[in-house]
Design a protein around this ligand. Structure first.
Ligand code: FAD
Length: 385
């Protein structure tokens, strides 16, 4: 979208261009190998870290956020797993520490997370509590004389098998009855923290995911993020940005799948015809183009106006995930047996698209967020004006 790119200055545009060149030249060829082996693509991260891409998340400027999200979209066009690793580090580790960390916490962790020397992970989801976090959390932090003791279990934690530091959400149990929520910073070598075996997944296969158990993990007072028990507010901020990042990932997957589909549909076949010469196929691709374009325009508008507008962010996530699933499924259908084969790499987009409707909060929970407002406020903000 031309107008959006024009908002960036020459330097930012040059950086985005560099990432696009790297994505096209390198990631296009590497994604298949990493998808098949599920290896963590450390060496593919390095050239992006050298561009200091995470430093954009240290700024308050919406345009800087937009640059980082644009990188997520571009990388997702060719290699969605790598984008998952970037968005986990960016919005589950760097953003919460930068936005809410104490001076000491920032000094200890932020530099190495931004440079990529350390990998961070965020543990919110539990057996009975998904990313809505208002559901019942069973991980409890007991206040002790000199700090905290945490016990519980977190499931499906991105990057857990490679993480150096965890941000773990827990209910806070003080001697009084009050039950606040807090986020705790825990080093991966901390006694009592158990990182379980990496899980075998349908898509984003190079993103390592594991469950994490906390068995009476003892922490000092400084390990509570920001030193305050304001977990709900902090999590809201983290989840809003995470959902925007997943939205951009969904758009990138849609666009990458669309391009792959068009390449095949445009090939001249045995009797000189091309699939794209068929009017029905043209119409299907035109519909996809329109859906992707409108979802992209809407999402970008939210980034530039209010990336912390919980309802609009939920709409963007729901919309873009639906578009990614619709686009990738239509493309595999239109490309027939060719698309179904691993070598075409079209089927990988179908598998990768599905995660955008699950992590960062499922599509059903986005609908709940959108609908809750109508119930609570008797229809206010029904049309946005
Ligand atoms: C690859 C991957 C990476 C992840 N990374 C992280 C991470 O880094 N950190 C983290 O904290 N979490 C992570 N998650 C967890 C993710 O956020 C959750 O899987 C997601 O929020 C859905 O929660 P759930 O799996 O517990 O689904 P469930 O709560 O079991 O729900 C299953 C389905 O039922 C729906 N549902 C649930 N309750 C209701 C209801 N009352 N009414 C109607 N429908 C309902 C849900 O919306 C969902 O569609 C990851 C998950 C995956 C798959």
């Amino acid at each position: 979208m031309k107008n959006f790119d024009e908002l960036f200055d020459t330097e930012k545009r040059a950086l985005i261009n560099k990432v696009a060149v790297y994505t096209n030249d390198k990631l296009t060829h590497e994604a298949k190998y990493f998808d098949e082996t599920s290896e963590f693509p450390k060496e593919l991260l390095t050239p992006l870290l050298e561009q200091n891409i995470f430093s954009f998340l240290l700024s308050d400027e919406k345009l800087d956020l937009a640059v980082f999200l644009e990188i997520i979209r571009i990388v997702s066009k060719k290699f969605a797993s790598l984008a998952s690793i970037l968005l986990t580090q960016g919005f589950y580790a760097i953003h919460p520490l930068n936005e809410f960390g104490t001076k000491k916490q920032k000094e200890k962790y932020l530099g190495e997370l931004v440079s990529g020397k350390k990998i961070g992970a965020f543990g919110l989801s539990e057996e009975a509590a998904d990313s809505r976090f208002n559901s019942e959390l069973k991980t409890i932090a007991w206040e002790t004389e000199d700090g905290w003791e945490i016990s519980g279990s977190k499931k499906y934690i991105s990057d857990a098998p490679v993480a150096d530091v965890f941000l773990i959400v827990a209910k806070i149990q003080r001697s009084s009855d009050s039950m606040d929520t807090g986020i705790f910073i825990i080093d991966s070598n901390q006694e009592g923290l158990v990182i379980n075996e990496p899980m075998n997944k349908m898509g984003v296969r190079s993103l390592p995911v594991a469950s994490v158990d906390l068995n009476k993990v003892k922490l000092d007072k400084n390990s509570l993020l920001g030193g305050v028990t304001e977990g709900s507010r902090q999590i809201q901020s983290v989840m809003n940005l995470m959902k925007l990042a997943v939205s951009l990932q969904a758009l990138g997957i849609s666009q990458g799948s669309f391009e792959k589909g068009m390449d095949y549909l445009s090939l001249v076949r045995r009797f000189g015809n091309r699939l794209i010469d068929n009017q029905d196929i043209q119409y299907k691709m035109a519909d996809l183009r329109a859906s992707v374009y409108s979802a992209e325009a809407f999402t970008r508008q939210i980034i530039l106006t209010d990336p912390q507008d919980t309802i609009e962010v939920a709409v963007a996530k729901l919309l873009t995930a639906n578009v990614a699933i619709e686009t990738t499924e239509t493309v595999i259908q239109l490309t027939g047996g060719y698309g179904y084969m691993k070598d075409s790499e079209i089927e990988r987009y179908v598998r990768d698209a599905k995660i955008t409707a699950i992590y960062g909060g499922s599509s059903r929970s986005q609908k709940e967020i959108i609908a809750k407002h109508w119930i609570d406020n008797r229809g206010e903000k029904y049309s946005g004006n």
